[in-house]
Design a protein around this ligand. Sequence first.
Ligand SMILES: NC(=O)c1ccc[n+]([C@@H]2O[C@H](COP(=O)([O-])OP(=O)(O)OC[C@H]3O[C@@H](n4cnc5c(N)ncnc54)[C@H](OP(=O)(O)O)[C@@H]3O)[C@@H](O)[C@H]2O)c1
Length: 206
Amino acid sequence: MRVAIIGGTGSFGRALAERIAALGEDVVIGSRDASRAEEIAAVLGVDGATNEQAVEGADLVILAVRSNAALDTARELASAIGSKPLLSVASSLEFSDKGVLPGQHGHSLAEHIAEIVEAPVAAGLQTLAAVQLTGTDLPDEDVLVCGDDPAAKEPSLELAGRLVAGRAIDAGPLENARALEGMTAVILNVNRRYKIYAGIRLTGFP
Ligand SMILES: NC(=O)c1ccc[n+]([C@@H]2O[C@H](COP(=O)([O-])OP(=O)(O)OC[C@H]3O[C@@H](n4cnc5c(N)ncnc54)[C@H](OP(=O)(O)O)[C@@H]3O)[C@@H](O)[C@H]2O)c1
């Protein structure tokens, strides 16, 4: 599987790229700046290109730009992405004096992205910290993925399940990205309060 990571020069994109490449998959990281992508890609042992070039020939596109750039980037790349399955890892957040809050007043970035692109869209991995992907062991946690279209949800679940020691869990329709993105706010507050990198585990599975 060829996986294109848009914004793959960032902390999450780099961590994902290295881990996915270690699984034996073909990875390309994208950037607004080709030379920046190539430089970082060379260190990670993957391919690097502009975001637009990176999505060419991809079987799965992971949109991993800074969350506040996710919608503009989706608009800019919509025609290059075409109908290639897209996984959004972004979270709509608001940073306040009280702490980190869910943003967008109930709507998720992933749902907006699905309105922008023609491609099938899934959302997931929001609770998986980049730093947890950089250790030698698989992160001891589950990951949640939601989406309406199996064309995006199935490859996302399959890949996500190989990134953690726990399970990749189907969390239902894309509207549930509101909860997954909101969970990032919860996790970030927990991280600040307890000085940890929290992840999640769901119980009740046999
Ligand atoms: N960090 C984590 O632990 C973590 C965990 C789960 C999910 N996520 C999600 O993953 C995404 C990336 O997080 P991150 O921490 O890796 O972010 P980041 O390092 O701040 O940014 C990632 C990349 O976004 C690109 N970018 C920045 N501003 C942009 C703009 N205005 N337009 C287009 N691209 C822009 C940059 O790439 P170029 O400058 O090279 O174009 C940058 O390297 C976010 O949506 C975040 O919520 C992060």
